[in-house]
Write a protein that binds this ligand. Structure first.
Ligand SMILES: Cc1cc2nc3c(=O)[nH]c(=O)nc-3n(C[C@H](O)[C@H](O)[C@H](O)COP(=O)(O)OP(=O)(O)OC[C@H]3O[C@@H](n4cnc5c(N)ncnc54)[C@H](O)[C@@H]3O)c2cc1C
Length: 380
């Protein structure tokens, strides 16, 4: 497969890298320490056209593929994962709207995401429903022309910032198939009964907002159903087949940063009268990291390219997701190790990378679930 990037794709990478390198480094430590983010930075990214590039042109997006979106994500994460996540996740759910949303829903929301006027999020996980999404118990009951939503969600990215949240709800709890019980419903965050509480104390990606949500008789119009009633599970899988690609790009970006920091540090740090880069054990670490990154990159390029060609290969996407996540965690670990004690304090970027990396193995499908999907794609 030929992954020679077009001139346009190379320009996207260059522009994303320049923006991130110019804007992120000075703020990264502050956001990480304060668990906060300056929304002006997101607005600036929107103004420059980095947000929602996969959104169709008729809804003010650039009309690019997920591949181009991944290229931007990778560059942002290569500079700072926390800020990268805070900016990139503002469209989390647009992929679902693009696939299954009604014309009115897309027209209302997508242009606002691109313009930096609204943030969205998608809440599936619940206190008692993580990997097993079919056990999600938040209910949406029809009452005349409205849905009435009750329940709670856990770890919702952007839950405190979003203007719109997409909620995975049980709409047909008695259906004999647990794959037919759920639907996605769009909830404006200002709706009475919607409450969000910030989750503090995260290990990494601390610039990114995470919330616990509760819904007490939240009423939204029946038209806020996204896609088809009872098809939420299948729609979720289609959604994940796009969003998991972003995680691969995040992982490769983070691992590249870990490698860059390691190369710089090991060449300048001297012990035993020589740079630590001159020791073979260090060289092997550098060589392994570079090889893992290349392998992960090729895997996700192929997966993203296939999705943009309309060829959905669940096994390939899951393979790319777990491999790149595990690879990033390994690279961040090796990078910190090569920094010795200095890597252990947060003045050094590798400490943040080490903490930021772990989420990659958890969200949008834990590595165990991804490996299960890969095994199923092979064993049936
Ligand atoms: C910072 C952050 C942001 C997040 N953002 C969002 C968001 O925006 N929206 C959202 O809906 N969710 C979000 N999540 C939730 C995330 O997707 C879940 O944490 C993840 O799906 C795992 O669910 P859980 O935490 O309940 O773990 P559990 O499902 O309880 O799993 C715990 C462990 O058991 C393993 N396990 C479970 N079942 C199996 C099995 N069958 N076979 C083998 N191993 C298994 C898992 O792999 C894991 O290692 C976020 C989480 C975090 C931390």
């Amino acid at each position: 497969m030929d992954f020679t990037l077009t001139k346009e794709q190379q320009d996207i990478i260059k522009a994303a890298r320049e923006f991130a390198s110019g804007e992120f480094p000075d703020r990264a430590q502050e956001f990480d320490r304060n668990e906060s983010f300056d929304l002006d930075l997101w607005r600036k990214a929107c103004e420059l056209g980095f947000v929602g590039v996969f959104i169709d042109e008729e809804f003010d997006g650039a009309g690019y593929g997920f591949f181009e979106h991944c290229l931007i994500v990778e560059e942002f994460w290569a500079v700072d994962p926390g800020i990268g996540q805070a900016i990139q996740s503002t469209t989390f759910g647009a992929e679902l709207l693009g696939l299954f949303g009604s014309e009115d829903q897309k027209r209302l929301i997508l242009p606002q995401l691109v313009a930096g006027e609204a943030i969205m999020g998608t809440a599936i996980t619940e206190p008692d429903a993580g990997c097993d999404v079919t056990s999600a118990a938040t209910t949406a009951v029809k009452d005349g022309n409205e849905w009435v939503i009750n329940g709670s969600k856990m770890f919702a990215t952007n839950g405190n910032l979003a203007k719109y949240m997409v909620i995975f709800c049980q709409t047909d709890p008695d259906n004999p198939s647990h794959h037919k019980r759920h639907s996605f419903i769009l909830v404006p965050a200002e709706t009475p009964g919607y409450e969000s509480t910030k989750i503090r104390g995260k290990l990494g990606i601390r610039a990114s907002d995470t919330a616990e949500l509760t819904f007490n008789d939240v009423r939204v119009p029946a038209l806020n159903l996204i896609g088809k009633e009872g098809e939420g599970f299948h729609e979720l899988m289609a959604f994940f087949n796009r969003t998991r690609l972003h995680i691969c790009a995040q992982a490769v970006g983070l691992a590249r940063a870990a490698l860059e920091e390691s190369v710089r540090y090991t060449q300048q740090r001297h012990q035993f009268g020589a740079s630590i880069a001159s020791f073979q054990v260090t060289q092997f670490k550098i060589a392994e990291m570079a090889t893992w990154i290349k392998a992960a990159k090729n895997l996700y390029y192929e997966a993203a390219w296939s999705v943009d060609q309309g060829k959905i290969d669940h096994g390939l996407i899951a393979m790319a997701k777990w491999y790149s996540a595990e690879m990033a965690v390994r690279c961040a670990d090796e990078a910190l190790q090569m920094h010795g004690g200095y890597g252990y304090i947060d003045e050094y970027k590798v400490q943040r990378l080490y903490r930021d990396a772990k989420i990659l193995e958890i969200y949008e499908g834990t590595k165990e679930m991804e490996k299960t999907i890969v095994a199923r794609s092979i064993l049936g």
